[in-house]
Design a protein around this ligand. Structure first.
Ligand SMILES: Nc1nc2c(ncn2[C@@H]2O[C@H](COP(=O)(O)OP(=O)(O)OP(=O)(O)O)[C@@H](O)[C@H]2O)c(=O)[nH]1
Ligand SMILES: [Mg+2]
Length: 540
């Protein structure tokens, strides 16, 4: 199994890995189902969303809590009369004073649940935690949680809810009593109720003076037999006399050993099969349906992405094809050129005999020529902005059309235009301006190299001419051939223009593709869920 699919888990789950493999699987499964989404409006998506919610509730609210209960520690209630030493026994078993034991009666007024750190998350939803304070304590035998209860008389009189909870949710009762108090009726009645409900019970007789030890033990065993508790373990703890803090180790060793054994059995018991029986048949089918749905969403997302790219690519290619025909220079740029280049015009010297131009340039007029050439460049840029903007709008339109096709699932992503016309204009203008800036740099470079061009035009003028020539103005291209002795620069600027125009149109898809990507649809998620479903099967 690949690590990627198994590493996501509840941080605390690592501590109990292996205790209940099925709990691990179902915990992961819950995360997968929670993460699943069906945002694209594909046929059947509403049903899948509903199913997802249902399965999430089924796992999160029913299956997981039950598995946690079963994989979690067994709750051992220490019950008995006040002053019997419940708190003292608990502290002595875990080896630390986690709960208050004392001479003031009653001492314990609120129930307290001592749990091993790694089990905290497993008891977090245990009903008893609504009423008990929970403390993490490493001395608690593995597989158990120890509950220090207030004395049973006060629980029964004052706290019906707690007494019901104790009887309903405890796995084991350790009844703590003393030589002086074991005749009390109430605790025995509760103990009997616990026994009747199938809760394991044990009795601990505390503070027994050595001289009456045999006698009291015999009497207690008779009483237990009468109540049908003859099978229950009985621990006798000799009175240790006045003392502070924990009872001596040897006094609590037998009960601690017994609890440790019991906890070991609990951790080993794994998870009871019945929890998942019945649930399983439909759950597996539901998971597979969800997995198929996730895969379908991811595939649809992939198709939408392709269609979007295809739409803007089409518009971009059409634009470049048109630019190659020189369409951007029709109208104003051409008119201006013709006027300036005709005999007597300011640019007329540039259209003369190339050989003469190559031989050298005489005379001034650089500034006047450059202003006019730059103006032709500006007309060209204006035309380009409008052409590229139209193509970008066409691309967006084609994309929206492709995503609106029925059953493609993209309509929900088209609630509004991702790009406003004003934003589009600004973006295209910026792209064309960037291209013009690069063209100017090219012009500067060319002029630094010297030659006739350096005497004919300044960087703005040469830049303007390069732009017009790259956009397809033949006269400008011819003049540049004479000035520069070749077409290399014009070709380079033209290629740059095509790339710039293309990407300006393609960028139109970006906000739509971002919307799509934000949905986070990955086909691996479907595969993961399918794998999880088969893992689950392996554990049943
Ligand atoms: N002399 C003597 N005192 C003991 C012995 N075992 C426990 N104690 C003391 O008896 C008292 C018992 O108190 P707790 O452990 O608080 O009794 P509890 O059952 O928790 O009482 P509540 O919390 O009031 O229900 C404490 O002061 C203990 O130190 C013993 O063997 N001999
Ligand atoms: Mg107590």
């Amino acid at each position: 199994m690949t690590s990627d699919l198994t590493t996501r888990e509840h941080p605390a789950a690592r501590h109990v890995r292996g205790r209940s493999p099925i709990l691990d699987v179902v915990t992961d499964l819950h995360e997968d189902v929670t993460a699943a989404s069906f945002p694209l409006d594909l046929p059947g998506a509403p049903d899948l969303r509903e199913l997802r919610d249902r399965v999430e509730t089924q796992i999160g609210a029913h299956l997981l809590p039950r598995l946690k209960r079963e994989a979690g520690p067994a709750v051992v209630v220490l019950g008995g009369s006040t002053g019997a030493g419940k708190s003292a026994v608990l502290n002595s078993v875990v080896g630390r004073e986690v709960t208050e034991a004392g001479v003031i009666r009653p001492t314990t007024t609120e129930p307290l649940l001592a749990v091993r750190e790694e089990d905290l998350w497993l008891v977090a939803e245990h009903p008893i935690t609504e009423l008990a304070d929970v403390v993490a304590e490493e001395g608690v035998p593995a597989g158990l949680a120890l509950l220090d209860a207030p004395d049973l008389d006060s629980v029964l009189e004052g706290n019906r809810r707690l007494s019901n909870l104790l009887l309903e949710t405890a796995d084991l009762w350790l009844f703590v009593t003393t030589a002086a108090r074991y005749g009390d009726a109430v605790p025995w009645r509760v103990l009997q109720q616990a026994q009747e409900r199938g809760i394991t019970v044990a009795v601990l007789l505390n503070r027994v003076p050595r001289r009456v030890l045999g006698e009291v033990r015999a009497d207690l065993m008779r009483r237990m037999a009468d109540l049908g508790l003859g099978e229950a373990p009985l621990f006798v703890v000799e009175d240790v006399g006045p003392h502070e803090g924990l009872l001596p180790d040897r006094a609590v060793e037998p009960v601690r050993t017994w609890l440790t054994l019991l906890g070991g059995r609990n951790t080993a018991k794994g998870v009871v099969r019945r929890t998942t029986q019945g649930v399983w048949g439909t759950l597996r089918d539901d998971l597979l349906r969800l997995a198929d749905g996730i895969t379908a969403q991811a595939m649809a997302a992939g198709t939408l992405r392709q269609r979007a790219e295809h739409a803007v690519d089409g518009a971009a290619e059409a634009l470049v094809a048109r630019l190659r025909t020189g369409v951007a220079t029709q109208g104003a740029p051409t008119t201006r050129w013709l006027t300036a280049a005709s005999s007597g015009g300011v640019l007329a010297p540039l259209t003369g005999d190339p050989a003469r131009i190559r031989r050298g340039w005489r005379g001034g007029g650089v500034r006047a020529r450059s202003v006019t050439a730059d103006a032709i460049g500006a007309e060209t840029r204006r035309a380009l902005v409008s052409l590229v903007g139209d193509a970008a709008a066409d691309g967006a339109e084609a994309l929206r059309e492709a995503w609106s096709e029925p059953e493609r699932g993209g309509t929900g992503l088209l609630t509004d235009e991702a790009v406003s016309p004003a934003d589009r204009d600004a973006r295209v203008e910026a792209a064309v301006a960037e291209w013009a800036r690069r063209t100017r740099s090219t012009a500067e470079e060319l002029l630094r190299a010297g030659g006739p061009a350096a005497k004919a035009l300044d960087p703005n003028g040469l830049g303007g001419l390069l732009q017009a020539a790259a956009a397809g103005l033949d006269g400008a291209a011819r003049a540049l051939r004479s000035l520069l002795g070749g077409e290399e620069a014009t070709t380079r600027v033209a290629e740059d223009l095509y790339r710039t125009a293309e990407s300006a149109v393609r960028d139109e898809a970006t906000p739509y593709l971002d919307r799509l990507a934000a949905l986070g649809l990955r086909s691996e998620a479907g595969a993961g869920l399918r794998l999880r479903a088969s893992e689950l099967k392996g554990h049943l």
